[in-house]
Design a protein around this ligand. Structure first.
Ligand code: PEP
Length: 251
C-alpha cells in the first residue's frame, strides 16, 4: 500500500511573514493526520521563516526548484545543499510553468533530479501534456518523454525514491480538472513506463500525485482511483482550510 502524499505548491505567493502565518493556521488543522505525507512548498524567500514553524509537526518542507550544480557562478539560482540545510526534504522539479516560461528541458530537469537525489532530497517530478497535445492525441508520447527524460540514467532504486506529479497543463489554475477516469488512465500509463525503466516491484512503490485544479470537492474521488496516490495542489494550497480538507480526503 503506497502512502499518499499531498503537497502544496505556493508558487510566487506569500511573503515570509504571510507564509509563516499560513503554516501557523495549517498546523492544527492537519495535526491528527498520521498516514499521509503532508508537504508545503513556499517560495525560496519564505523557506527560512516556515522551517522553524514546522519543527515537531507532521508537515514537511519542500522547494519549488533548484539548480543541478553544487555552487558557482549561477546568478539567481540555489543548490540542493542550500535547500537541505534550510530543512527542505522535497523539491518540485520540471513544473509546467518552468517548462513553459523558463524553457526548462527534459535534459536539464534530469540533471536536477540526479542532483536532488544525490543530496538526499526527494524530487517531485512534474509531467503532463498541454491541451493542444491532448487534442492531437499526443498525451502518452509527451508524458512518456517527460518521465523517461526526467529519470534518464537512474538506477531502479533511485527511480523508487522519486515522486511523480501528473499535471495536465490544461487543468492547472484553470478550474478544469481531469476527470478521475482521465487521470487514472494516465497514472496507470505512467506506472507502466516506470515498470519499463525500473521493474514491477519498484514501479508499484512510486507515488504518483495528480495536480490540476484539485480542490476539496474533487479530491476524494480523484484519490479514490487505484494509481492516484495524492495531489500536488496550487491555488487551493493557499488557504489553510482548503488544503487541510484535501489532506483529510487523502486519509
Ligand atoms: C500546480 O501548479 O501545481 C497546480 C496543480 O495548480 P492548481 O491546483 O492551481 O491547478
Amino acid at each position: 500500500m503506497r502512502r499518499r502524499i499531498v503537497a502544496g505548491n505556493w508558487k510566487m505567493n506569500k511573503t515570509a511573514a504571510e507564509a509563516a502565518a499560513l503554516v501557523g493556521e495549517l498546523r492544527p488543522l492537519v495535526s491528527d493526520v498520521s498516514n499521509v505525507d503532508v508537504v508545503v512548498c513556499p517560495p525560496f524567500t519564505a523557506l527560512a521563516a516556515v522551517a522553524p514553524a514546522l519543527v515537531g509537526t507532521n508537515i514537511e518542507l519542500g522547494a519549488q526548484n533548484m539548480h543541478w550544480e553544487k555552487s558557482g557562478a549561477y546568478t539567481g539560482e540555489v543548490s540542493a545543499e542550500m535547500l537541505l540545510t534550510l530543512g527542505c526534504r522535497y523539491v518540485i522539479l520540471g513544473h509546467s510553468e518552468r517548462r513553459q516560461y523558463f524553457h526548462e528541458t527534459n535534459s536539464e530537469i534530469n540533471k536536477k533530479v540526479k542532483a536532488a537525489l544525490a543530496a538526499g532530497l526527494t524530487p517531485i517530478l512534474c509531467v503532463g501534456e498541454t491541451l493542444e497535445e491532448r487534442e492531437d492525441g499526443q498525451t502518452e508520447t509527451i508524458v512518456k518523454e517527460h518521465v523517461t527524460g526526467g529519470l534518464l540514467g537512474l538506477s531502479p532504486d533511485q527511480v523508487g525514491k522519486v515522486v511523480i506529479a501528473y499535471e495536465p497543463v490544461w487543468a492547472i489554475g484553470t478550474g478544469k480538472t481531469a476527470t478521475p477516469d482521465q487521470a487514472q488512465a494516465v497514472h496507470a500509463f505512467i506506472r507502466n513506463v516506470l515498470k519499463q525503466i525500473s521493474n514491477s516491484t519498484i514501479a508499484e512503490t512510486v507515488r504518483i500525485q495528480y495536480g490540476g485544479s484539485m480542490k476539496p470537492e474533487n479530491a476524494k474521488e480523484l484519490m479514490g482511483k487505484p494509481d492516484i496516490d495524492g495531489g500536488l495542489i496550487g491555488g487551493a494550497a493557499l488557504k489553510a482550510d482548503s488544503f487541510a480538507a484535501i489532506v483529510k480526503a487523502a486519509v
